[in-house]
Design a protein around this ligand. Structure first.
Ligand code: GLN
Length: 301
């Protein structure tokens, strides 16, 4: 497996088309596209890496997996009254279906749905406490207390996040926001600005694989359901393509990171900042396609 990872990192370095770095969050626009890292955290505790696996990046929407786990921990199945469980078939920041579907977002991984999960774990507490709880969850999962939020990235997104503000106001107009819009947006943007390396993210994802040496952070059924949502909705309107090509549940972010789960086997983090047309890491997706194929890993048998 180590040889395969080195081979994949080498192929990525030589790839002529690395996709395009997200520019709508100014602080992310300057990230060097010539970076690629991959880390595999195995069920038995071993960790293998290749490339820039120790370079921190902005996890962005990968944070929605941890936020969902936290929100479900707070309110359990009550969450599903406020957000759906179907793919949207639209981009991550689309507002289209919200009007037709009375302010209930399609799923917790598009931005509108993630704003609802943020509002849920925020609940009555203040943003600092809520983000502290989210960080504690991630740090416990990764067994690494150095994981932190990049304040400049958070402020950069707050200053330019007109689309997210409009989504939040739209949700509020339908009574689907409990806290003030500014408070939810501030919390959401800080959540997205969490910085991690591939090594840290792969370790943090182990709570979704049923690892022996780890206390279960979520119950079995919840873990399965989070994986199911990652498979069906984790890559927005590229989710079908990711399932087809990789065959494992995954969650992407516009920072170029992807967290992929091979249930019972491994948690994999891959990162390359250039994105494909769906807003998912281009080389990250290609790397995962090669990795899953060569390992013979798939949830489809
Ligand atoms: N923070 C980003 C946003 O809300 C997250 C989007 C993403 O990673 N797809 O636009």
């Amino acid at each position: 497996m180590q040889e395969l990872l080195l081979e994949i990192a080498e192929a990525a370095a030589g790839s002529p088309d690395k996709g395009n770095v997200a520019t709508y969050i100014p602080e992310l626009a300057g990230v060097d596209p010539d970076q690629f890292g991959i880390a595999v955290a195995l069920e038995d505790g071993r960790l293998l890496t290749a490339g820039d696996a120790d370079v921190p990046f902005s996890i962005q929407s990968v944070s929605k997996v941890f936020a969902l786990a936290l929100a479900l921990g707070r309110v359990g199945d009550q969450l599903w009254y406020r957000v759906g469980r179907e793919p949207s078939g639209l981009s991550f920041d689309s507002i289209l279906l919200l009007e037709r579907e009375d302010g209930i977002p399609r799923n917790p991984f598009i931005n509108a749905g993630a704003l609802v999960t943020t509002d849920t774990y925020l609940a009555e507490s203040n943003p600092r406490e809520a983000l502290g709880e989210l960080l504690r969850f991630i740090r416990a999962a990764a067994d690494d207390d150095s994981i932190h939020i990049n304040e400049r990235v958070a402020q950069s997104e707050i200053a330019t996040g007109h689309r997210n503000f409009s989504l939040a106001h739209y949700l509020a107009s339908h009574g689907n926001m409990r806290s003030a819009v500014d408070k939810v947006l501030g919390t959401y943007c800080h959540q997205c600005a969490i910085e991690m390396t591939c090594r840290q993210l792969a370790l943090a994802g182990r709570f979704l694989i049923d690892a022996d040496d780890m206390p279960p952070l979520v119950a079995v059924q919840r873990r399965r359901r989070i994986n199911a949502l990652m498979m069906t909705c984790g890559h927005y309107d590229g989710s079908g393509d990711f399932a087809f090509r990789v065959g494992l549940p995954g969650k992407s972010g516009v920072g170029g990171g992807i967290l992929v789960i091979s249930p019972g086997r491994a948690s994999i983090a891959v990162w390359s900042p250039g994105l494909n047309r769906y807003g998912n890491s281009k080389l990250g997706t290609e790397a995962m396609e090669t990795f899953a194929k060569r390992m013979g890993w798939s949830v489809f048998g």
